[in-house]
Design a protein around this ligand. Structure first.
Ligand code: FES
Length: 104
């Protein structure tokens, strides 16, 4: 089992093969914005991949619909769709918080 670290919170949690970043984060109490609770319809659960993109499943069509084809620049994924790849290593991601949730 690999682990994922959620910034800016500094929370690290074990993640099972095939588990989504969204589910791992919520299990650890990380406040990932959402309206659809993991159904890939709201687009609010965006995270930036800082380390370990090879540890995640490839982008799917729902992510491309919300985020376009700019991953190579933005490094943004939908946390409810990005899953830990089988046998992959650790990852570090940054939760894209709305301005109202950012520390001043
Ligand atoms: S939680 Fe809504 S798109 Fe991911």
């Amino acid at each position: 089992m690999a682990s994922v670290t959620f910034q800016p919170f500094g929370t690290t949690v074990a993640i099972a093969d095939g588990e989504s970043l969204f589910d791992a984060g919520r299990r650890a109490g990380v406040p990932i914005p959402t309206a659809c609770v993991g159904k890939a319809t709201c687009g609010l659960c965006r995270v930036k991949i800082l380390v370990g993109e090879a540890a995640l499943t490839p982008m799917n069509s729902d992510e491309k619909r919300h985020l376009g084809n700019t991953y190579f620049i933005s490094k943004l994924r939908l946390s409810c769709q990005a899953r830990a790849a089988v046998g992959a290593g650790d990852a570090t991601i940054e939760v894209a918080l709305p301005d109202a949730m950012r520390r001043k």
